[in-house]
Design a protein around this ligand. Structure first.
Ligand code: 5GP
Ligand code: ZN
Length: 139
């Protein structure tokens, strides 16, 4: 994609601090880090959302996340990390090229857990939960 920032990083047209690379995956430091070591893991091919990723590329992205998470934590002496994807515009995705964030976390960083993502939680009945589970499961 010509106007995609992350495709430009893959092509070397925009510099990045690369921490890992293989045939399908690139990982580099976030230019606007939430913490020291904040790393982005992307497929080299342009896919907008996780939903669009071919299964084998998704597996390779996850394998890189799996290997890099302890390396990132160790590099900055972090006791924990938040690993997440903003998957789609409504979820806050700003760069429309799939990327996983590895954000090192510290006891005193003032950050919050995934459960702080939304302020208006739904109050779902057992029946609604059953229906949703069945729909996801394809029943
Ligand atoms: P999103 O909100 O789409 O999940 O996250 C996009 C991330 O990409 C942000 O954390 C932002 O700081 C990072 N980012 C945007 N442009 C660049 C860039 O040119 N280089 C690097 N290394 N990171 C970028
Ligand atoms: Zn792209």
């Amino acid at each position: 994609m010509d106007d995609c920032i992350f495709c430009k990083i893959v092509d070397g047209d925009i510099p990045s601090r690369t921490v890992y690379e293989d045939d399908d995956v690139l990982a580099f430091l976030d230019a606007n880090p939430l913490a020291p070591g904040h790393t982005l893991v992307i497929p080299k091919a342009h896919h907008e959302r996780l939903n669009d990723l071919p299964a084998d590329i998704g597996s390779n992205v996850f394998a890189a996340l799996h290997d890099l998470t302890p390396a990132v934590e160790d590099a900055v002496d972090a006791p924990a990390s938040t690993v997440a994807f903003n998957n789609g515009e409504a979820a806050g995705q700003e760069v429309p090229h799939v990327h996983g964030h590895i954000v090192p976390r510290f006891e005193s960083d003032g950050g919050r857990p995934i459960h702080a993502l939304v302020s208006d939680r739904p109050d779902l009945s057992d029946e609604e939960l059953d229906d949703i589970a069945a729909t996801i499961a394809g029943e």
